[in-house]
Design a protein around this ligand. Structure first.
Ligand SMILES: Nc1ncnc2c1ncn2[C@@H]1O[C@H](COP(=O)(O)OP(=O)(O)OP(=O)(O)O)[C@@H](O)[C@H]1O
Length: 482
């Protein structure tokens, strides 16, 4: 491990020193802070790969740091150091998004394991705009697969659009590949040396939106501890992909329109406009026309974004792409899990070919990921696919869900099962997550994974933890090696 920096936050110099020595011996760089304010400054300055924080600090507590990182650097893992016996605070920190905790007095072997696991998982993901995890490792790593007439036409259009600078509005059902298309438009054009910045407009809290898009100046609001560049500045000379653009609140739509028209943005708390050269691509699975008619989307912005409209066809309209995509995903899964090649039996192949895939390509990938875990002798049979027995109703197609596995939901979660896919027998609800009893936690995670047929996104939802927290625990308990 080299070139990795760990920020150690503790107000006791002796503990800071002990942790520093331990981590330096592991070949890691360290930075230290004795209070929350200094820690936030060091985070901005060094963008560490991992943070270890004490809970009680002179000007706040470790949870403030957990929350700050969750919001601004969601890929930076943070572990908390708790006073002996104070399990309540450990649980609170875990629920706020911390990866793990160590109790004082710190057991160094446990600390080393924790650091190693957290760094392995966060490797390569740094910076405020790193993308959130998805069940698939790299949504952009591959080019667009598919040789059906619809896809050939789409690829030819992408080639032409890549040469232009016009805004493109990409529409299509959920999971059909809109983001992949946007990324290809960027990669094949002349902006490829600058970044492609995808942003999920529905995922940014409304009160932070302006600062996320346009940046802010230090001190412009509570928590603005340093100047921060916005998504527009980050995408300068590159491409900004506004995913789920229909979810932008009306107030933000006005500001966005202005920024696009002027080609300039003003950071929150700043006095001067900064020119930005950004190509705007946008997408939604909703009907933007319908949103305009309903008064939820400004018509002037709609015309700005929708200079060229590009449709990504649903998978069921390009049946000949299903098996080549399936073979590609199976190769990827075998590689990722370091397994021998996984095959589809002829009967499984024909089942896939006649399925309608309401969740499109993403659903195909999820089905295969689950089937690869369930199958014997590395050959997937129809039963392993677990496709719904009844044919899918039009309602189900209109409200796609990427994973058909039956699951139960933790209280407070709202995932819905579409009508045509309701589980025949509801699984037994899981007990509440108790993150401090390791044995119980391991057992609970295993049960959730089995219940969701190893769909980690769904299992995290069932458990009420984030995908990253679950991924960390799967690795910590060696559950991915079985
Ligand atoms: N033609 C394709 N070739 C290879 N992979 C594909 C293809 N289409 C989609 N995928 C993969 O399927 C997954 C879903 O695609 P993507 O995220 O681009 O869909 P989307 O339409 O943007 O979804 P959403 O509406 O939920 O944002 C990704 O992992 C993507 O890499």
């Amino acid at each position: 491990m080299t070139d990795q920096t760990v920020l150690i936050i503790d107000d006791e110099p002796d503990i800071r020193e002990l942790l520093e020595i331990t981590l330096l011996r592991m070949g890691l760089d360290t930075v230290t802070a004795g209070d929350v304010q200094t820690a936030l400054e060091k985070i901005e300055q060094y963008q560490p790969n991992l943070c270890l924080t004490d809970m009680k600090l002179p000007d706040g507590n470790g949870i403030d740091i957990v929350r700050y990182l969750q919001k601004n650097y969601p890929h930076t893992p943070v572990a908390v150091i708790t006073a002996f016996g104070s399990m309540d605070t450990a649980v609170e920190a875990l629920k706020a998004g911390a990866y793990d905790f160590v109790s004082k007095p710190v057991e160094l072997p446990k600390l080393r394991d924790l650091v190693q696991t957290a760094l392995k998982l966060s490797a390569g993901k740094k910076g405020p705009h790193a993308q959130a995890d998805t069940a698939s490792d790299d949504p952009h790593g591959s080019s667009i697969l598919g040789d059906s007439p619809a896809m050939r036409q789409l690829k030819a259009t992408i080639g032409k659009l890549a040469r232009s600078q016009a805004p493109v509005y990409i529409h299509g059902e959920s999971g059909s590949g809109k983001e992949l298309v946007a990324h290809q438009i960027h990669l094949q054009g002349n902006r490829t040396k600058a970044p492609f910045i995808p942003v999920n407009c529905g995922a940014i809290p409304e009160n932070l939106m302006e600062s996320e898009f346009f940046g802010h100046k230090k001190g412009s609001f509570t928590g603005a501890v340093a100047d921060k560049q916005g998504l527009f500045q980050a995408a300068h000379k590159g491409t900004l992909f506004l995913d789920e653009v229909a979810d932008l609140p009306l107030t933000m739509q006005v500001k966005l329109l202005r920024a696009i028209q002027e080609g300039a943005v003003k950071p929150v708390g700043g006095l001067e406009e900064m020119p930005v050269d950004v190509r705007i691509l946008s997408a939604t699975h909703k009907s933007l026309e319908h949103e305009v008619a309903a008064g939820r989307f400004r018509q002037d912005l709609y015309y700005r974004l929708n200079v060229i409209k590009l449709k990504v066809p649903p998978l069921r309209e390009r049946q000949e792409d299903i098996l080549p995509l399936a073979d590609f995903f199976l190769r990827k899964i075998a590689e990722r899990w370091q397994m021998p090649p996984i095959r589809l039996s002829p009967a499984a192949r024909s089942e896939l070919e006649s399925y309608v895939f309401p969740g499109n390509v993403r659903e195909l990938e999820n089905i295969l990921e689950r089937a690869s875990t369930l199958c014997d002798n590395n050959t997937i049979q129809p039963d392993d696919l677990q496709l719904p027995a009844a044919s899918i109703t039009a309602d189900a197609v209109a409200s796609p869900l990427s994973t058909p596995a039956p699951i139960s939901h933790a209280p407070g979660t709202t995932a819905e099962e579409p009508e045509g896919k309701k589980a025949k027998t509801e699984p037994e609800p899981l007990p509440a997550w108790n993150p401090v009893d390791e044995e119980a936690e391991r057992d609970l995670i295993l049960r959730a994974l089995e219940q969701t047929r190893w769909n980690r996104t769904k299992a995290a939802e069932v458990l009420g933890m984030t995908f990253r927290q679950l991924r960390y625990r799967i690795q910590k308990y060696g559950l991915d090696e079985g």
